[in-house]
Write a protein that binds this ligand. Structure first.
Ligand SMILES: Cc1cc2nc3c(=O)[nH]c(=O)nc-3n(C[C@H](O)[C@H](O)[C@H](O)COP(=O)(O)O)c2cc1C
Length: 318
């Protein structure tokens, strides 16, 4: 099984990805959080920094684009090609209420004729392989057969299916039944995404979708950065590995010039996921969230690691 690391904006930045790859084996490809170009394909310096090849030397990275015009998508793709990338991923899954009404992300699924036109233009002109990360519908996963009919018209290099509709945001139960039923009808290679947070979910999926060769892991892997290794038959995450990983990440943020305030903000964002490895640590979590300085943060984290609450088998349940 090929296991990929999902893009998570604000979490899996290049600093995170590099340290993760150095610390934990088992990821086939990392997907970069979306680049959101304007109509003419221009995008922020921070998004550029995140995908620059010199910032992603030792990992296999697939950049992702979130936009609603083929022109913008193609303009970014040209830049990616010039940087040496061979593939670009289209975001057709972002459920945010600031994105969907603009017919971007999962909003692309609201008008299948526009989606078809977008893909026709992209596939007639893009010189990179194009993969798609999609939801199974806007309001229902029952929309997927009609969406798939459109996708099947094009040589999509890989279709990553987040097995929820947009309405389910990140909360609803992934629709494994609808996913499994659709796999034989997909022309593209399929990757599954959604709530693979531990070995149990992985095994269940393998049993219910025979022949599946790829999965993408997000929140569960941020909670447990050794999840890829574990699924591949390796050891469970040790408490000390986690401690060292987080402290190296803090050092990497500071070394990259993030400063105390932003370093703290990034680390707190991570702890939203990592805290699941410490069941019952509400009091310690509060102390981490309340910390205003890195010194306070470090002492809150030390107290948590000393608490005895760490559970190597605990998984993300948010
Ligand atoms: C904080 C956050 C940021 C995300 N950013 C992106 C993104 O930039 N691009 C994308 O395609 N999906 C993004 N996602 C969705 C994840 O890639 C993934 O599809 C989703 O979390 C479900 O997989 P999981 O259950 O393994 O986490 C994001 C999710 C979260 C929670």
């Amino acid at each position: 099984m090929e296991l990929d690391f999902a893009p998570m904006e604000g979490v899996t930045s290049y600093l995170y990805r590099n340290l993760h790859a150095e610390s934990f084996p088992g990821v086939s490809r990392y997907y970069a959080p979306f680049i959101a170009p304007n109509g003419s394909g221009r995008f922020k310096g921070s998004a550029l920094r995140d995908i620059l090849p010199e910032n992603n030397r030792d990992i296999d990275l697939v950049p992702q684009v979130l936009c609603n015009t083929a022109e913008a998508f193609l303009a970014v793709s040209r830049e990616l090609r010039a940087m040496g990338y061979g593939e670009v991923n289209l975001n057709a899954g972002c459920p945010s209420s600031t994105v969907v009404p603009k017919h971007k992300g999962a909003g692309m699924l609201s008008d299948l004729e526009s989606l078809d036109n977008f893909l026709a233009e992209v596939f007639s002109r893009c010189e990179l392989k194009v993969s798609v990360k999609t939801r199974m519908g806007l309001n229902s996963t029952a929309e997927f057969p009609a969406i798939l009919k459109i996708y099947n018209k094009y040589p999509i290099s890989e279709l990553i299916v987040h097995a929820r509709d947009r309405a389910g945001m990140y909360k609803s139960k992934p629709d494994l039944k609808a996913f499994a039923a659709s796999v034989p009808n997909c022309r593209a290679t399929v990757s599954y995404n959604g709530n693979v947070v531990g070995l149990a979910e992985y095994e269940k999926l393998r049993a219910s979708v025979p022949g599946l060769s790829r999965m993408m892991l997000g929140r569960g892997a941020v909670t447990d950065p050794a999840l890829f290794r574990r699924i591949h038959g390796g050891a469970a995450l040790e408490k000390d590995e986690l401690r060292i990983f987080l402290s190296k990440l803090e050092a990497a943020f500071l070394a990259a010039g993030l400063g105390e305030h932003f370093t703290l903000a990034r680390l707190k964002e991570l702890w939203y996921y990592v805290i699941w490895k410490f069941p019952g640590a509400e009091r310690e979590q509060k102390a981490i969230n309340k910390s205003r300085t890195l010194a306070d943060y470090r002492s809150a984290v030390s107290a948590l690691f000393a608490s005895g609450l760490y559970d190597a088998e605990a998984v993300f349940r948010g």
